[in-house]
Ligand binder design. Sequence first.
Ligand code: SF4
Length: 511
Amino acid sequence: MCETGEVTVGPPVPADAVEDDHPRDACGVFGVYAPGAPVAHLTYDGLLMLQHRGQESAGMAVSDGDTITIVKDMGLVTNVFDDRTLAPLKGHLAIGHTRYSTTGSSTWRNAQPVYREPGESGFALGHNGNLTNTEALAREAGMLPGTVSSDSDLVAELIGAAFPADEDSHSDGRDLERALVEVLPRLRGAFSFVLMDTAHVIGVRDPNGFRPLCLGKTDTGWVLASETPALDVIGAHFVREIDPGEMIVIDATGWRSERPFPAERIDPKLCLFEFIYIARPDSNLYGKEVHGARKRMGELLAEQAPVEADMVMGVPQSGVPAAEGYAERSGIPYGQGLVKNAYAHRTFIAPSQELRSQGVRRKLNPLKRNVAGKRLVVVDDSIVRGTTQRAIARLLREAGATEVHVRITSPPYKWPCFYGVDTGTRSELLAANMSVSEMQDYLGVDSLAFLGLESLERAVGAPGAGFCNACLTGNYPTEVPVRFTKGMLESDGADPGPDAYVDDPAGTERG
Ligand code: SF4
């Protein structure tokens, strides 16, 4: 949909696309300032490499220096954009967004970039993360309920309100930058933003740096992206990660760095699940390639939770590098046990357990010859509701596996995330409501073991780097608002406490 021009609507998303029960991804953001380059096409390519971070909607804003045109719609990047929609998007600066909704409903209204036009000036915003003080900010700003539809919408509203009146506008065209400096310190929670007006592309990372954001260089300009593969695909060179609490402003003069947050709020806490599951394996975070970190997780898991078996297999795709590591370290042959249907896109969350189970069948099919008669080690990245692993165990047994031993490359996921990864309430988290042996019975597997937190951080291999691990430990790096604690933190079962499974070999259960 063009917010400043004509309306374009992409084809409908398949209604039977079903989400699995891994921690569901955040969002992907991209920005480019490159005179002479086809910025809409570069943004399209960048968004394709960030598609795994959000499959509900996609959009981009493009400017030629005079106007901003926004095209966005529900669906995958390839649903929303084609040659026909990209051809008229001419300009030299652009931002893009792929969305998975963690606040606000999954509707076109919440597709991004968000656009506002305070006075004569227009700006667009894309957001990855979740604010934790949305209600307080809306209240402070005197907004009536329903004025904004998501935390990203609220931020755009606040920035718009911070623009100077037309007669006070500065002639240097830096009103967006000034409005950001005023608004950003009031925001709490997780936010990696890309923004643009008709002359600047801006990237911002929250003071904890929960979500990644990096800077790259092209032949004629500069690029911002959630993950480094979005730089690789357009031939951009990685320059560096944006620091927690840093704002990068790109314009015709190059880029400059600003620090709009008070120094005492800077406390790096990159989401550990970026390494475990969310980021692409070819991404670099904290200077480490994610694939290598996942492989080391498997190696350490083999040391921590050995088992006699005939074949090690990974649950595609994020479990595969760790399975290779487990196989190498244990000496048990690696093999493929499941084939993934690449076209069963993660677009809608199935509303019932039954539909989720069907979703697993659509996505994964066992290789019967490879698994029949074998004792299997099945390596996966996490257990949220347990639906996926339960269905996989049943599929593998039906295909003839004699034993199924599940190994997980993270500690039990017991606490909800408030920083942009959707897992539902505590009562939905299997590990918050069952002991490891109860989970083993529920999943119908012969043994179940989790990688300890210390080993996990060792596998990442970035000593001294700060991580958020709140969903594994209950230690939230920022204040969690009271409204979230109602329901979100409730649990139906006995809870052994936040430190229960941390590097505890007794957490390994054998059948
Ligand atoms: S709570 Fe978990 S998923 Fe959320 S940011 Fe922290 S580590 Fe990541």
